[in-house]
Design a protein around this ligand. Structure first.
Ligand code: PMP
Length: 349
């Protein structure tokens, strides 16, 4: 089945909006086509003009660091926008469903629900690994339009085996999405352009919010084959990535060495923090992680959470999620923040 036939009929037949500038083509000198204001604000060169709707320079910059060719990339207002976009392209409200593997990132379900798209689940194993047979069974039973894998997985922090995901993706006649928001912290498990070339129903999501330290800028990317990428352009808001975001992101993406240094430091802090937490009374288990966070199982997570909060330290309570009884999710902070967390926990426990 071609990927186009998997799209909603109205989306297949969509007559997309054409931006003024795209219609004109390049080489123009006087721009009187887009009802912009001709006067830039002092110190904000170019902000009076609409940004490039295709975010070409930004995609080229991310292409250089990620290895995905720019033509396979679509830039978004965070990867959350791209999750929503995929749901809107493929899932008929009130009819289709998406498959997720709990415990996992909550936005897949929330965005599906907002779009009136049903969510079906196939639990990860208790050690947060993927049960490939159960996943294929769920695909066969529910025929989901989208299957969302998160690797490294949030909140558990572990990589989901690459080969297992590829096996399910090969079996799945629908679209398989691999959210790699935390891939920069893992030493393996990255999905590449070759994986997409081998299976056009595979889509990879990446973000600049984590290793690239740009959560406030809101910038994510989807890597996909040409038909999905083209449709994403047609469906997204025409100017979904602002000039401010693009210019900050392009500049940040030039500093590859700086990013590598930050990742190395986060991993160093992660190891030190885990070692210290493992020694504390009241800590039952510290889970290994391939991300910039990890789960910790406490004897009394509610008490720990509330007492930390009283001290102005906030972590994420994940104890109500499947296989996460007693677990708080802790983001790896700076050395000073880790020190403060440990000394606070020493007082509490
Ligand atoms: N995917 C996962 C797994 C996440 O944890 C997050 C954010 N916490 C996102 C996507 C969204 O990231 P962005 O800031 O790019 O929207």
């Amino acid at each position: 089945m071609s990927v186009v036939s998997l799209m909603r009929e109205n989306i297949r037949n969509l007559e997309p909006y054409k931006c003024a500038r795209d219609e004109a083509g390049g080489g123009m000198r006087v721009y009187l086509d887009a009802n912009e204001n001709y006067a830039p604000l002092t110190g904000w060169d170019g902000i009076n003009r609409y940004p490039d709707s295709a975010s070409l320079e930004l995609r080229q910059a991310f292409s250089r660091v990620s290895g995905f060719p720019a033509h396979m990339l679509v830039a978004g207002n965070g990867s959350d926008e791209l999750i929503d976009l995929l749901i809107r392209i493929f899932c008929n409200p009130g009819k289709d469903c998406v498959l997720v593997f709990p415990p996992t990132y909550g936005e897949y379900s929330v965005l599906a629900s907002i779009n009136d798209v049903k969510v079906v689940t196939c639990p990860l194993n208790e050690d947060f690994s993927l049960n490939v047979d159960a996943a294929c069974d769920a695909v066969r039973r529910f025929s989901p339009k989208l299957v969302f894998f998160c690797s490294p997985n949030n909140p558990s922090g572990n990589l989901i085996d690459r080969k297992s995901i590829l096996d399910v993706a090969a079996f799945n006649p629908g679209i398989t999405v691999v959210d790699q928001a935390y891939a920069d912290f893992a030493v393996e498990g990255a999905f590449t352009a070759d994986d997409i070339m081998a299976n056009e129903r595979l889509v990879v999501l990446r973000t600049l919010s984590k290793a690239w330290a740009l959560a406030g800028a809101r910038c994510g990317f989807m890597a996909a084959g040409s038909e999905i990428a083209q449709k994403a352009y047609d469906v997204k808001y025409p100017y979904n990535v602002s000039l401010l975001t693009s210019s900050v992101a392009v500049r940040a993406l030039e500093d590859v060495e700086g990013c590598k240094r930050r990742i190395a430091e986060i991993k160093r802090n992660r190891k030190l923090l885990m070692d210290r937490l493992r020694k504390l009374d009241g800590v039952r288990e510290v889970f290994d992680s391939d991300a910039n966070f990890f789960l910790v199982r406490f004897d009394d997570p509610v008490h720990v959470y509330n007492e930390l909060k009283k001290k102005g330290v906030v972590v994420r309570d994940r104890s109500s999620q499947l296989h996460c009884d007693g677990c708080l999710r802790i983001t790896v902070g700076s050395q000073a923040e880790c020190d403060e967390l440990v000394s606070s926990l020493e007082e509490i426990l």
